[in-house]
Design a protein around this ligand. Structure first.
Ligand SMILES: NC(=O)c1ccc[n+]([C@@H]2O[C@H](COP(=O)([O-])OP(=O)(O)OC[C@H]3O[C@@H](n4cnc5c(N)ncnc54)[C@H](OP(=O)(O)O)[C@@H]3O)[C@@H](O)[C@H]2O)c1
Length: 267
């Protein structure tokens, strides 16, 4: 069996290191390269906690792509992600994006390039199964309930707002319809920012406080009844690993940008 050759950008980070370890033990995958600026020139095994791993670490995507991976996993930061993804596509790799913070305009540009080079990009704001299910249930709810809002909670140090999970959910719901507002934003009395940001037809509120990890509420309101869908994650990166492995195995069957893990799941 030919193993899938994988490069993980951000393999020394919180999410990327858990994934790198799982790729290392997967029988159908080979971790051929890792990217981290501060550990460039070492092998992953020299990074604390990653003793057995042997993949070389490069400081840039262009250097890492010389190892000719089949799949490039982007797990760094929003400001680096777009450039990494375009380089990976230019070098013939399919791409799995875990990094949050890319805009819809970024994805439109990435989609154009991916279509041109006949490669797949699977962008997943949250690989956790409970989030995938929340997205599906929310899509069902907006078909019946015209009023909803999203609250995205994270730790105080998370710079990007709203979370990739909230962006992806707003994007998906916009394909069904826009949330109705009883009082239009231009008729609000008081600071309009307190009603959140309107993102693709959904009001989104981002809370950044110590004590939170990552959670999201999708709240659907009707007269005298409401539905609250909530996902809460714990402190380990474990919930994201299996979803990311599935994305890596399936992305080669796609062309262009696909958003959400359910693009490659059966429901
Ligand atoms: N989709 C999901 O399910 C999911 C789950 C968890 C996290 N995330 C997202 O994934 C991203 C990473 O999160 P994290 O918590 O793992 O971050 P982290 O612990 O800070 O790790 C970031 C990693 O990226 C590398 N990096 C950062 N900037 C870079 C650059 N300009 N060029 C090359 N490498 C760079 C870092 O190494 P150096 O600093 O040494 O370069 C490190 O290895 C975030 O956007 C986060 O929101 C998504």
């Amino acid at each position: 069996m030919n193993k899938l050759r994988i490069c993980v950008a951000g393999a020394t980070g919180w999410a990327g290191s858990a994934l790198a370890q799982a790729i290392f033990t997967a029988e159908d995958m080979e971790l051929v390269a890792a990217i981290s600026r501060s550990h460039a020139g070492k092998s992953l095994g020299e990074v604390p906690g990653m003793k057995e791993l042997t993949a070389p670490i490069f400081g840039t995507a262009d250097e890492a792509l010389q190892t000719h991976p089949d799949v490039f996993v982007e797990y760094t930061k929003a400001d680096a992600a777009r450039g990494h993804i375009l380089s990976a596509l230019g070098n013939g790799a399919h791409v799995v994006v875990g990094t949050s913070g890319l805009s819809n305009e970024d994805y439109e540009e990435i989609d154009r390039v991916a279509q041109q080079v006949n490669r797949g990009v699977l962008a997943v704001g949250n690989f956790a199964l409970t989030v995938v299910l929340l997205q599906k249930f929310a899509e069902m709810a907006v078909r019946y309930i015209p009023h909803w809002e999203i609250i995205d909670y994270a730790h105080a140090g998370k710079k990007d707002v709203p979370s990739g999970t909230a962006r992806e959910l707003a994007n998906r719901l916009s394909k069904i319809r826009e949330a109705e507002l009883e009082v239009p934003l231009e008729e609000i009395e008081g600071p309009v920012e307190t009603r959140g940001a309107r993102l693709q037809g959904t009001q989104v509120h981002s809370i950044r406080l110590p004590g939170y990890v990552i959670s999201i509420d999708a709240i659907f309101g009707m007269p005298d009844q409401k539905l609250i869908l909530r996902h809460e994650s714990g402190t380990s990166a474990e919930p994201y690993v299996n979803g990311a492995l599935l994305a890596i195995r399936e992305v080669g069957k796609l062309v262009g940008v696909h958003r959400g893990l359910d693009s490659v799941m059966k429901f």
